[in-house]
Write a protein that binds this ligand. Structure first.
Ligand code: DQA
Length: 143
């Protein structure tokens, strides 16, 4: 079972970026943690600072086939990218929205996600564990 873990802008800076909000783990640490916790799964990891590249990756795996789901932390694109929303609603692969921080407990502009309605579900506020919970949710969904 192949799963794409897709991360958007600024998530490459985890570990250095506002650790009081996002924790001390790097994105690499989080990715390695997933591989270790779910050895039976085949993960692909992709991070980009660019909106277009995020969309293209989603289309690429949709067309290639063989992927059972996507864990998506879209970073700030979550709050304003209608292009990303349209891309998610235009693919058949299930997408789970994840966030390290609890976006509903933060600034007002972060409390709205324009992608939640087209994702299967949302996991927000559990730090790196949000990704693990997202994988569990995906497994549950598929079994
Ligand atoms: C984030 C929350 C977003 O509001 C923010 O722009 C991020 C990270 C999170 O994982 O908590 O870049 O998606």
């Amino acid at each position: 079972m192949s799963i794409l873990v897709l991360n958007g802008p600024n998530l490459s800076r985890l570990g250095k970026r506002e650790p009081e909000i996002y924790g001390h783990q790097t994105l690499e640490d989080i990715n390695l943690g997933l591989v270790k916790s779910f050895p039976e799964l085949n993960f692909e990891f992709f991070q980009t600072e660019e909106e277009g590249a995020l969309l293209e990756k989603l289309f690429h795996i949709e067309d290639k086939g063989g992927y059972r789901g996507v864990l998506l932390n879209a970073g700030a694109l979550t709050h304003y990218s209608i292009a990303l929303r349209d891309a998610i609603s235009g693919v058949t692969v299930p997408v789970i929205e994840v966030h390290l921080s609890n976006i509903y407990a933060r600034e007002e502009f972060r409390q709205k996600s324009v992608i939640s309605a087209v994702c299967v579900g949302v996991i927000s506020g559990f730090g790196a564990n949000s990704y693990h919970l997202g994988v569990r949710a995906l497994i549950g969904l598929l079994s």
